[in-house]
Design a protein around this ligand. Structure first.
Ligand SMILES: Nc1ncnc2c1ncn2[C@@H]1O[C@H](COP(=O)(O)OP(=O)(O)OP(=O)(O)O)[C@@H](O)[C@H]1O
Ligand SMILES: [Mg+2]
Length: 212
């Protein structure tokens, strides 16, 4: 079976790319052979994994620059069932373009406010541009930092509907466990009961991506 290659991308900073890349990688790693490619020169996913306390919680991380990223994703796809790619928060470096040509799915984390969503409009344009050449590329918005008490506001639902890219039905709730996992260098799965609700958010996204 060919590998499923999934990138986390948004030119807007701080929307949850690395949080999703690391925790989705941990969830896929529990299913089958998984590789995590860190295409961000900041190297946050790689640093995160180097802190990891529990062996086997996170897959192996390969940190790679723009020039080699397509080759590294291709190589990882030959020996793994799932390849997750964390992208840098800008469109200029060439890394994002190279990644989007080498993956099947791009997930675009966005914050649950219409203003933040519209700050990702350049990202949506870049995706549509890539889809003309990489016709197998599927792209979905993923709402992050959802408020536990409230459903999405009407304004946000309308903004999502007008955005021109589909959104996954499942998102990540704002939870202390996502920060704790990063501080402790593991995934939310490794936090046991402290991370159970966060891991359930991640599982719902994985199942939805596998169905899509
Ligand atoms: N669902 C969540 N609940 C709580 N905290 C979160 C959640 N998602 C992300 N965070 C926190 O928000 C901050 C930014 O997240 P993250 O580093 O994953 O974003 P990023 O898009 O990778 O940022 P950059 O653009 O700098 O690469 C981090 O401190 C992270 O722990
Ligand atoms: Mg990041």
């Amino acid at each position: 079976m060919p590998a499923l290659r999934i990138a986390l991308a948004n030119q807007k900073g701080g929307t949850g790319k690395t949080t999703l890349a690391v925790n989705l990688a941990a969830g896929f790693h529990r299913r089958a052979a998984t590789a995590l490619v860190d295409a961000d020169p900041q190297g946050s996913a790689g640093q995160w994994a180097r802190l990891a306390g529990q062996p086997d919680d996170l897959p192996q991380v390969r940190t790679v620059g723009a020039a080699a990223v397509e080759a590294v994703i291709g190589e990882a796809a030959r020996t793994h069932r799932y390849v997750l790619v964390d992208c840098p928060p800008h469109l200029q470096s060439g890394a994002l373009d190279a990644v989007m040509h080498a993956v099947d799915v791009v997930l675009i984390p966005v914050q649950p406010s219409p203003l933040d969503l519209w700050a990702s409009v350049d990202m949506a344009d870049a995706v549509r541009d890539t889809q003309r050449r990489n016709t197998r590329l599927r792209a979905y918005l993923v709402v992050n930092q959802l408020d536990r008490r409230n459903a999405l506001s009407g304004a946000m639902q309308q903004a999502l509907a007008e955005f021109g890219l589909p959104a996954l039905a499942n998102g990540l709730t704002r939870r202390a466990a996502f920060r704790s996992a990063a501080l402790e260098g593991g995934s939310v799965y490794a936090l046991g009961h402290r991370g159970a609700a966060a891991a359930a958010d991640v599982e719902a996204i994985i199942k939805e991506v596998l169905r899509s």
